[in-house]
Write a protein that binds this ligand. Structure first.
Ligand code: PEP
Ligand code: MG
Length: 833
């Protein structure tokens, strides 16, 4: 069972690397997180006992009931203050509850006297607990999830009959399996031992020293891999690799920097003259001239001038590239440094070297051999079919190009980018982005690429707005053309009119001011100016999303997309796997409500192991609850997993694609039967999604039996407008602000609230700032938005009164088109700022 460590104070969470004291930065006392304080009180990070309290009052350690030990060290060199400015509020041996004040300190006095106020929070018994998730590089409030600890696995080591091989199985808690960064860390650890270490995933086996071999294992979150070690120090090597694999290697934190946005239906489409749709890889707004990046083609000769010379040339080029990457790694931090370290491992990867050597021995040139070795691995990774790993191929291509550029003396063509420009390219490699970033571009726009690629993660980490998958329409954008990059709405405007530019500039300025204010008040309660409570929840799919949401001030999750657990795999997840995933999310949200949507498969979300016969109209066929009811085995397993989450009742159940009350009744009956079988007396809330016009128009009937209703505006829009949300030909018309959709939402609220049930929105409209006042005016009292929008949504609500919102919604319902409603919403926004 994992343990959540909550933050002992409000501040900015960062990695220990940024602590200017080697004792902490080098983890001599243990791993953890550091917090730059914004508050003067240290509070208990869990229920437990005070184990030590330094006489100087600056450091305290606690032990949780589970045995985890945490040291909180306020500031650096604060022991010198001999207690000056510190007031301990507890004593050694005291029992404390999460949130109890432990130490108060004089923020100003300590800040002046100490080397630094930065406060490391360290797990001191790493032999018993490992950190599986951590929150870093973001603001955090006291009592918000800071780290998740998992017990180090009990010894389950086996030894082969002849005694030469030791092995142990580990379940991966890496959110995206072993991709480049974790593979590099594993390789680095393995290289410190003499023993040969291999990792096994099913029938695939890879050398732990080889990043590319580890990538080709095709692992994912929750996979069980076997670590095998043979040779002199096999026991020690096994222990080290197992300990590393038991953690998330900081990936939870890295993942949290990237806000993955679903591919909008408009990606790659010309939406109107001069406007092209794209996928948001890193949210934000940017304005500037296009700077086209030309990729130089690097030609290499097939045949070499003899193996000895080619070997020497490869060796020298690898040395040069290693030096260039190391230099970039030294001057970077966070996700950029992590990617550079992954690249360093690739340049010395034994599998790549073996592939190149084989070709050189056959008489090929060094460049040809390197390219061939890289492409062998690219093919192997592509064959895994795992989208996350496939997006890592760009790292291999990056290393290919860097080495070939050095070897052949061909400049890479990263022509000078003017500061403030928007980089326009077919695709971008991580090293190119890192080089380009130094020129301070305003944004990035790529014809290809994916929202979870390293480039996307790097852009999000750098706060650089980016659109990817814009498509061939980007080819027509000339170098120097003025651009407006809207990575909030997901489109690029080429050669905008003066009016467009002016409006965009104003948006940029307001956006900045609004963001700042929202960030500062992210954790404050959320109600309208005239006192109506509006809950702001977040849509999530993973524990990382939940942590990000909690850090943004989310009051719970209004939509856990449980289908993420079911997609991209061969078999359905087991009850235990599901329970662990839901429990992880519930823990990360610290007792706040978690609304788990039942399996929503079918239509645009197929799963190979749930065969659905060929349908003429998949969107009108086996989808959502229809599939689940047709597969009671899957549904029962999922419900049992949800019912097992503790504390019972934190998780609520939500049914997707409801079209008739009978579906609700069947699920409710099943939940009640399972509760009886499992001895659960606590009632479990069961709500419905309003995604079909049928559900909207019978909201009163549903409300009589459902605990809540939540509107899925993405599907409701497609069904109300009869426009396929995935069909680019109608993409421009699929706007949830269409008066027909808003009227349907208004009717749902009217019918359901008359029956005393709350209505929420968990579709995309809840993350659209222009829509929020209208939704609240229509009677919606819960909004579940993308995690990155939570703080802003709260701020928008605080700036409204219910009376104004109602009048505004009334006007919106009278408009004739989505465009008219959007213009009204813009005007409403203008009057408020
Ligand atoms: C919706 O339809 O609005 C919704 C939230 O579900 P999804 O987008 O996952 O279909
Ligand atoms: Mg839906």
């Amino acid at each position: 069972m994992s343990l959540i460590i909550t933050s002992p104070l409000r501040g900015w969470a960062t990695t220990l690397d940024s602590v200017p004291d080697p004792v902490f930065a080098k983890r001599m006392m243990g791993d953890g997180v550091a917090i730059q304080p914004l508050d003067d009180t240290i509070v208990a990070p869990f229920d437990g006992e005070v184990v030590t309290l330094h006489d100087a009052g600056h450091a305290i350690s606690l032990r949780s009931a589970e045995g985890a030990e945490i040291l909180i060290h306020v500031g650096l060199d604060t022991v010198m203050l001999k207690g000056e400015g510190f007031t301990p509020l507890v004593a050694i041996g005291d029992t404390v509850s999460r949130g109890d004040p432990l130490i108060r300190f004089d923020l100003d006095a300590v800040a002046l006297a100490a080397t630094s106020l930065i406060t490391p929070v360290i797990v001191t018994n790493a032999e018993t607990f490992a950190i599986s998730r951590r929150t870093v590089d973001c603001a955090i409030g006291a009592c918000e999830a800071l780290m998740t600890l998992v017990p180090v696995q009990a010894e389950t080591r086996r030894r082969s009959d002849d005694g030469t091989v030791v092995e142990q199985a580990v379940t991966l808690s890496l959110p995206h399996g072993i991709h480049a960064r974790p593979a590099a860390r594993i390789g680095e650890t393995a290289r410190a031992f003499e023993a040969e270490v291999h990792l096994l995933n099913g029938d695939k086996r890879g050398d732990a020293r080889s990043t590319v071999a580890l990538l080709a294992l095709g692992t994912g979150f929750g996979d069980e891999v076997v670590v095998q070690a043979r040779g002199g120090d096999a026991e020690a090597a096994l222990a080290a690799i197992v300990a590393l694999l038991a953690t998330d290697m900081g990936e939870g934190a890295l993942a949290a920097t990237s806000i993955t946005t679903p591919v909008p239906a408009s990606a790659g489409q010309v939406l109107r003259a001069g406007q092209i749709g794209g996928v948001i890889a890193s949210p934000g707004l940017a304005m500037g001239p296009a700077a086209r990046l030309q990729q130089a083609e690097i030609a290499v000769a097939r045949d070499g001038s003899g193996p000895a010379g080619e070997r020497a040339a490869l060796l020298a080029a690898r040395g040069d590239v290693r030096g260039q990457i190391a230099k970039r790694a030294d001057s970077a931090d966070g996700s950029v440094a992590a990617v550079m370290h992954a690249h360093l491992a690739l340049i010395d990867d034994p599998e790549l070297l073996a592939g190149a050597e084989k070709r050189i021995a056959e008489g090929r040139s060094a460049g040809f051999a390197w390219r061939g070795a890289i492409h062998d691995q690219v093919d192997a990774i592509r064959a895994t079919g795992n989208t996350h790993l496939i997006e890592r191929i760009d790292d291999l291509i990056d290393i290919e190009r860097q080495l070939l550029s050095t070897l052949t003396n061909t400049p890479l063509g990263s022509s000078a980018i003017p500061a403030g420009a928007i980089v326009v390219a077919e695709d971008l490699l991580p090293s190119q982005l890192v080089t380009l970033a130094a020129a301070k571009p305003a944004g990035i726009c790529l014809a290809r690429g994916g929202p979870t690629s390293h480039v996307a993660i790097l852009c999000a980490g750098m706060g650089l707005p980016a659109l990817v998958a814009v498509g061939d329409a980007l080819d027509a954008v000339a170098d120097g053309a003025p651009l407006l990059l809207d990575a909030e709405m997901g489109h690029l405007t080429v050669a905008p009119s003066p009016a467009d530019s002016e409006a965009f500039t104003a948006r940029l300025a307001k956006r900045d001011a609004r963001r700042e204010a929202a960030r500062a008040a992210a954790r404050d309660a959320c109600q309208t100016g005239d006192g109506t409570r509006i809950e702001i929840f977040a849509n999530i799919g993973t524990v990382e999303d939940a942590l990000l949401a909690a850090a943004q001030g989310a009051e719970g999750s209004g939509l856990v997309r449980s289908e993420f657990l079911f997609l991209d795999r061969e078999t359905a997840p087991s009850e235990d796997e599901q329970q662990a995933a839901y429990q992880g999310i519930a823990n990360a949200l610290l007792g706040k409500p978690v609304i788990i949507r039942l399996l929503d498969i079918g239509g645009d979300k197929p799963a190979a192991y749930i065969p659905i016969a060929q349908e003429e109209n998949p969107a009108l066929g086996q989808r959502g609850i229809r599939v689940a009811l047709a597969r009671p085995d899957l549904l029962e397993t999922q419900l049992r997993a949800i019912l097992r989450v503790e504390p019972v009742g934190q998780c609520k159940i939500m049914i997707p694609m409801v079209a008739s009350i009978d579906e609700l009744r069947q699920v409710r009956a099943l939940v009640d039967r399972l509760r009886g079988e499992m001895g659960i007396a606590t009632p479990i809330e069961v709500g419905v999604m309003v995604e079909t016009p049928a559900a909207a128009m019978t909201a009163d009937l549903l409300a009589a039996e459902a605990d809540f209703l939540s509107i899925g505006t993405n599907d409701l829009t497609q069904y109300v407008l009869a426009m396929d949300r995935g069909n680019p030909a109608v993409a421009a018309g699929v706007d949830a602000m269409h008066p027909a959709v808003l009227r349907m939402i208004g009717e749902t609220c009217r019918l359901a609230t008359a029956r005393g049930r709350w209505v929420g929105v968990c579709g995309g409209l809840a993350s659209d700032p222009a829509a929020l006042p209208i939704l609240i005016g229509l009677g919606v009292t819960e909004l579940s938005a993308v995690p990155g929008f939570v703080a802003e949504a709260k701020q928008i609500v605080r700036g409204l009164t219910l009376i104004e919102a109602r009048a505004h919604a009334e006007l919106a319902l009278q408009c004739k088109s989505a465009a008219e409603i959007r213009a009204l919403a813009r005007a409403f926004e203008e009057t408020r700022r």
